[in-house]
Design a protein around this ligand. Structure first.
Ligand code: SF4
Length: 464
């Protein structure tokens, strides 16, 4: 996916002003996720679980090369082809070879944020492959020609009526079709695609080094079909997805599902370990299995001593759901595949700070994201790291630097600060609205009016 983060402010404003229904749909869906998550953890010691998950992921990342080689050895023993891809174009080349050699014309695909990150669908289409997204939410946005708006719920920005319209236009369902009728129409079309596709594509939630197992969580059964029906399967796995032991997996599956949607565990958990008929216990599955281990900036981020912790992310989306900034616009404003708080710390690390500014600033730094993160990523601290780097590299605007410089010199002189506070309280609201930096802040708020003595005056008077 191309990165368009530089337009974040304009895009966010446009969504808020012109499409209030997006804000409404995103708020409703994320609130449901937040409530369900809260219930799911109500009777559990969430802190102990997240401390454990943090330790396991940090350990895996600090021994990444060893665990990846262990996973590769297990997969190869069972007959899988393992490929290493440093960049998105390396992934494209691997796909191109397989597709050309095998004469692939049709592919069914499970939801994979990594595939969005590397722009897989447009590439495959340029190779003459017809790609069907098989997750219902992904299928809806594929019909609309849009990228996902959320890590877990790609089409949460769309209402039922939006879906009715697009299905009516593209699949001929009635204009007032029920949700069941819409699902049935998608199911009919996708069943045929599953049975006729040459290639299945999936991501991977976790890769267990000890057993070489790729674990996939889902609710619709489409991953199970994508991974087992077509004769060739390709699993795209980010190198940070590794877990050391098989015994680590059950808790991660639960913690991820509970954090994402509040479910005890996903409705289906599939394991990919080798092609069908391979040595061991693999009686069924595709004739040929390829696993592509993708770096695409992850090694560079891992080597960054101040920012590497973002790689612990299990893509549950809990930080998006709770974020008061994300909830105003949904994911499209961010112009990057990963939106919300995690986008603000993964984007600069994977793609570069210049390309993804101002995403680290698209947060109120309230800390709610860190509270819900199941792997204890200190998201506000990492946002601060990238903000500080933006300032040090002179990437913030001149106006912002001047205003903050003025604020610093005023705030560090108590007497001057007192006068400024008093003067600001006397300024009429229309004037405040035109001051640099206050202009955007006051666009959706009433500037506070000072009445009576200030806190500083009360303090000086010694009133308790
Ligand atoms: S940063 Fe934490 S809360 Fe956000 S998606 Fe990743 S794991 Fe989930």
């Amino acid at each position: 996916m191309d990165v368009h983060s530089r337009d974040y402010r304009a895009r966010a404003r446009q969504i808020i002003e012109e499409t209030p229904e997006v804000r409404e749909a995103v708020n409703a869906a994320t609130q449901t996720f937040v409530d369900n998550r809260q219930k799911a953890f109500a009777d559990l010691d969430g802190t102990a679980l997240s401390r454990w998950a943090e330790r396991v992921k940090s350990h895996a990342l600090s021994h990444l090369a060893d665990y990846l080689e262990e996973a590769e050895a297990r997969l190869v023993e069972r007959g899988a082809h393992v490929h290493w891809a440093e960049t998105a174009s390396d992934v494209h080349q691997i796909f191109e070879c397989i597709v050309r050699e095998q004469g692939v014309k049709k592919a069914v695909k499970a939801k994979s944020m990594l595939s969005e990150e590397i722009g897989l669908n447009p590439f495959l289409e340029s190779c003459g492959v017809e790609v069907f997204e098989t997750d219902l939410g992904e299928y809806i946005i594929q019909l609309l020609g849009e990228p996902p708006s959320h890590i877990v719920g790609p089409s949460i920005h769309k209402s039922l009526d939006d879906t009715r319209v697009i299905f009516h236009e593209r699949l001929g369902t009635p204009r007032d079709a029920s949700p069941e009728r819409l699902a049935e129409a998608a199911r009919d079309l996708l069943r045929d695609a599953f049975l006729t596709a040459d290639l299945g594509i999936s991501g991977g939630n976790f890769l267990v080094a000890e057993t070489g197992s790729i674990a996939l969580i889902e609710n619709e059964g489409n991953i199970r079909l994508s991974t087992s029906v077509p004769r060739i399967h390709i699993a795209l796995v980010g190198i940070e997805k590794v877990l050391p032991k098989w015994a680590d997996l059950p808790t991660f599956l639960q913690v991820t599902a509970k954090s994402a949607t509040g479910q005890p565990v996903g409705c289906f958990v599939s394991m990919i370990q080798g092609p069908g008929g391979s040595p061991g216990d693999e009686p069924d599955g595709p004739e040929e299995l390829h696993v592509v281990l993708v770096d695409n900036g992850r090694s560079r981020l891992l080597a960054d001593p101040e920012a590497w912790e973002a790689l612990r992310c299990v893509r549950c989306g809990a930080c998006l759901n709770i974020c008061p900034v994300y909830r105003q616009t949904g994911g499209h404003a961010y112009g990057y595949v990963y939106s919300g708080p995690i986008g603000g710390i993964l984007g600069p690390g994977l793609v570069g700070l210049e390309e993804t500014l101002p995403l680290p600033f698209a947060s109120s730094a309230c800390g709610a994201c860190a509270d819900v993160c199941p792997v204890r990523i200190p998201i506000p601290d990492l946002l601060h790291v990238w903000r500080q780097r933006a300032v040090e590299r002179g990437l913030t605007s001149d106006v912002e630097r001047s205003v903050l410089g003025l604020l610093t010199s005023t705030a560090t002189r108590p007497r001057l600060f007192g006068w400024a506070e008093k003067a600001a309280g006397l300024l009429p609201a229309p004037v405040l609205r035109h001051l640099p930096m206050l202009r955007e802040w006051s666009a959706g708020r009433e500037p506070p009016r000072l009445e009576g003595p200030t806190f500083r005056e009360l303090w000086d008077e010694g009133i308790e």
